[in-house]
Design a protein around this ligand. Structure first.
Ligand SMILES: Nc1ncnc2c1ncn2[C@@H]1O[C@H](COP(=O)(O)OP(=O)(O)OP(=O)(O)O)[C@@H](O)[C@H]1O
Ligand SMILES: [Mg+2]
Length: 415
């Protein structure tokens, strides 16, 4: 292995699927995908572990193939986190930094960040990210990067992303039981955004909506920063379950109807009957109007919930770059057309593109989260030492849990 390269891994632990992306990063920061895999997920409910053994063994099984392909044994990863317990909180902090001639340094930024966070986030929550939105020096606001600037009083406005500590801890334990340390936990939509959005979209105003099996998450960007993140506890599996109940069929047949016959273009002319069968024989026939009504009702409900979240965050109808859909749920044909009606915004499907290596094989909306996680991991360790350079992203979950690995392995040895 070239010494100028290092390996990074994105691990998307979803309710229905686990996905991994292994990439190399060269010294210029160029990312190339070298390994990937996806597999079924067990023991996850609504985006969070319901037990430890299920997700751990799913991750373990799935990683094997990705590791063989990438020629690298994964020890650390950036891991996705889902669940409606994820919160965005707006906070503010202020510190005195000395005389007016004082030049703002990295210590000052760390101190004002601590003040902005401490006491604002309940003790039972882990802080996943602190996004500085704006700084003010001696009362003058609108400053994006105060490093090296002069002033005596520094204020900061931030978006603090947090999740319930027990959920974070269980996710870390589950990955650790598969011998992978979660360096950071990143909300799914934030990871997907990294993979599918351009800087220009993030600057102008855009949202990513990641529709998974059991959750749909949203991340809003404006002025280049993550402004809001939220999760709705319903996803594309709810459509399957509704179809199974209303049509009195098993979930496998409902899934086949959803993935093969439903399109989001509900008003277009289509055959009024959906026929399912093997080897040319019709086993069952379904009234398309009935199927469409079920799918439309559930999709409307999910998009309405997303719209409510955007409205609460004051972003509905305020996104010039519109909405980008990712996740397995975004694979429904023409879903963008229906989403556009519900969300009253321009809607596109987001696929991760433009990376080197074997990235073409994973240019699919359901791989956006895993690719984005690997890309975020690739940025880890970028250090800002002079004004104008990138802020160091300090690991916020750096708890050393290696001691527990042995214990969990012992539990696993019994399965
Ligand atoms: N062609 C398709 N049309 C409609 N839905 C699809 C299609 N392909 C996959 N799906 C749906 O995508 C969902 C799985 O998406 P994904 O793998 O992103 O979920 P997940 O990450 O495991 O779940 P979550 O993010 O909610 O924890 C399933 O509900 C599946 O039925
Ligand atoms: Mg997902």
């Amino acid at each position: 292995m070239d010494e100028n390269k290092r390996f990074v891994t994105g691990l998307d632990v979803g309710t229905e699927h686990v996905r991994a992306v292994i990439a190399t990063v060269n010294k210029d920061g160029a990312v190339a995908i070298v390994g990937f895999n996806e597999g079924a997920s067990a023991g996850m409910r609504k985006g969070m572990p319901a037990n430890l053994t299920g997700p751990a063994s799913s991750i373990d099984q799935m990683l094997g193939e990705a590791e063989r392909m990438g020629g690298y044994e994964v020890r650390n990863a950036y891991v996705s986190i889902g669940g409606s317990q994820i919160l965005s909180t707006r906070t503010e902090g202020m510190i005195a930094v000395g005389t007016v001639e004082h030049e703002i340094n990295l210590d000052d930024l760390a101190r004002v960040e601590t003040i902005a966070v401490s006491g604002r986030i309940p003790a039972n929550r882990d802080v996943l990210d602190v996004v500085p939105l704006e700084y003010a020096l001696d009362g003058q606001g609108g400053i994006k990067d105060p490093l090296g600037m002069s002033g005596a009083r520094l204020e900061m406005r931030a978006n603090v992303v947090s999740a319930l500590s027990p959920n974070c801890e269980n996710l870390r334990k589950a990955t650790l039981a598969a011998d992978v340390k979660a360096d950071r936990l990143i909300p799914s939509a934030v990871a997907a955004a990294k993979a599918v959005l351009t800087d220009r979209q993030k600057e102008n105003g855009v949202a990513v909506v990641d529709m998974g099996a059991a959750t749909t998450s949203v991340a809003v960007y404006e002025e280049g920063d993550l402004q809001y993140v939220g999760v709705v506890p319903a996803g594309s599996n709810n459509i399957t379950n509704d179809l199974a109940i209303v049509l009195a069929i098993d979930p496998e047949m409902a899934e086949e109807i959803k993935t093969r016959f439903v399109t989001g273009d509900f008003d277009s002319e289509k055959s009024p009957v959906i026929k399912i069968g093997k080897e040319g024989k019709t086993e069952r026939a379904f009234d398309r109007k009935e199927v469409d009504a079920v799918v439309q009702a559930r999709l409307s409900e999910i998009f309405d919930e997303i719209r409510k979240k955007l409205k609460a965050a004051r972003y509905d109808q305020r996104l010039p770059e519109g909405i980008v859909l990712t996740g397995g749920g975004a694979k429904m044909r023409d879903i963008d057309l229906f989403a556009k009606k519900c969300l009253e915004a321009a809607v596109k499907i987001g696929v991760p593109r433009g990376l080197g290596g074997v990235s073409e094989s994973i240019e699919k909306p359901e791989f956006a989260v895993a690719v984005g996680l690997a890309m975020l991991a690739a940025e880890q360790g970028e250090v800002r030492s002079e004004p104008g350079k990138k802020m160091p992203k300090l690991p916020k979950i750096g708890k050393d849990m290696m001691g527990k690995a042995g214990f969990l392995k012992k539990i696993f040895a019994r399965f």
